[in-house]
Design a protein around this ligand. Structure first.
Ligand SMILES: [Mn+2]
Length: 437
């Protein structure tokens, strides 16, 4: 920790402000909550039970998400951007204090790696934040790095480069242990741009061999998540390009290896909820990276383009839970904020992801199963969709309020003046803040 590191001494949003704003909105909110409760009661659903489940839901915020992102073409930085991992955690605490859906942060090494991890842990504790899966980065070269990842990392033709990438991942595990993390997420950019550039078979063999070395370094209570992605940065072939490659790798490695589904990492129109069902069947569903997209890996805010797809993903998860499936998916937001205040986008995404979960809880699964057995196609589709078309906003607001959050989280954020304060406290620094991620 460098001198002058801001160790948190107080919550970044005044609890009295939240209480005042909630009091102003209380009467109309309670009216809406009561009306929804009566409607759900007629459908045989207990709003209190649903609200309690929603209150127990959490999704991790990525540390890089609080900085302004960018595209291959440009980045337009916002004001008051976080300059250090300590600043990033403070912004993450704002997101969770108001929205109460994001109690953990997912770090990214080496971007967030500092020498004094105990200071980082103390900062997180003071802000009420835990640490979720650690994300390793071997898709770019870092200052001082001995060997380049230009032609790959864990699957590079040169064993010395592979060893360097393995060592980085093991260092991520060690750092994560100091912070209380329990999982490592591995996404590699390895692949090729030209047919003939690389052996498709040898590259996959090397991946299994190198990842097995990382796997061997996992503590007993840790998991490794393998994240697939169809294309980019490689545009001809990608070593872990789809859930099939990911599943083969996970099953080759052992019981602590799981597949991670990033919603943006598939071809357009791919039925992602079916992938979820298949990975659940193999007991290899590790978790999700939530975002939304129109064309490719667009990294747009979760639920902003296709909230129905998000609902269908949660429908599979809730259905599996109802069937007694044993799984513990790790949920993380993974998106890039180019034109919005990242704090507002992250609060909103937490709301939308929780909304999809709440909607999935409303589906009448008994009725749906009977209709499926009878091949009553129309009513089965309508029964499923009824969960999606129910406005669960009062449940989400009530769950937030009960945990000390805001009925109108973005409204309170704007009223707090947090961004304006940070604009003064955090003058822009070259190379600091977010980046093209
Ligand atoms: Mn991702």
């Amino acid at each position: 920790m460098s001198s002058g590191t801001p160790v948190a001494t107080a919550q970044p949003i005044d609890a009295d402000l939240i209480a005042r704003e909630n009091a102003r909105l209380a009467a109309t909110h309670e009216e809406d909550f009561a009306a929804l409760g009566r409607q759900l009661s007629r459908r045989g659903l207990d709003i209190e039970a649903i609200t309690a489940k929603v209150g127990g839901f959490g999704v991790a915020v990525p540390s890089w998400g609080v900085g302004t992102g960018g595209t291959r073409f440009a980045r337009f930085p916002g004001v008051g951007e976080p300059r250090t991992v300590f600043d990033k955690l403070e912004d993450c605490a704002v997101v969770n204090t108001l929205g109460r859906a994001t109690p953990t942060v997912s770090l990214h090494f080496p971007w967030d790696l500092i020498d004094d991890l105990s200071a980082l842990k103390a900062h997180g504790d003071a802000l009420g934040l835990g640490f979720d899966a650690i994300n390793s980065n071997t898709f770019q070269d870092s200052p001082g790095q001995a060997l380049s990842y230009k032609f790959g990392s864990l699957t590079h033709a040169d064993p010395a480069v592979r060893a360097q990438a393995v060592a980085h991942n093991i260092a991520c595990i060690e750092a994560g242990r100091a912070l209380g993390s329990k999982a490592l997420t591995v996404w590699i950019g390895d692949g090729s741009n030209f047919p003939g550039q690389a052996s498709l078979s040898k590259a996959f063999d090397r991946y299994i061999e190198a990842t097995a070395e990382i796997y061997a370094a996992l503590p007993d209570d840790w998991r490794i998540f393998l994240e697939h992605k169809m294309y980019e940065p490689a545009f001809y072939s990608t070593v872990i390009q789809d859930w099939g490659s990911s599943l083969i790798a996970a099953e080759s490695l052992g019981p602590k290896a799981f597949c991670l589904v990033d919603l943006g990492h598939h071809a357009p129109n791919v039925n992602i909820e079916m992938i979820v069902a298949r990975l659940l069947h193999r007991k290899r569903l590790g978790g999700f990276h939530f975002n939304d997209s129109k064309y490719g890996d667009d990294d747009l805010d979760a639920g902003s383009i296709d909230p129905f797809r998000l609902f269908l993903v949660f429908n599979e998860l809730v259905d599996a839970e109802a069937r007694g499936a044993a799984f513990e998916p790790a949920y993380m937001i993974d998106q890039s904020h180019n034109v919005t205040d990242p704090i507002e986008s992250l609060i909103g995404s937490g709301v939308e992801i929780t909304r999809a979960y709440a909607q999935a809880l409303l589906v009448d699964r008994g009725a749906l199963a009977e209709l499926q057995e009878k091949n009553d196609v129309y009513l089965a589709a309508q029964t499923l969709k009824r969960g999606f078309t129910t406005d669960v906003s009062p449940i989400l607001a009530e769950a937030r309020r009960r945990k000390g959050g805001a009925i109108d989280p973005v409204g309170v954020y704007r009223a707090s003046g947090y961004r304006e304060r940070k604009a003064n406290e955090r003058p822009a620094v070259a190379g600091g803040g977010g980046g093209i991620v």
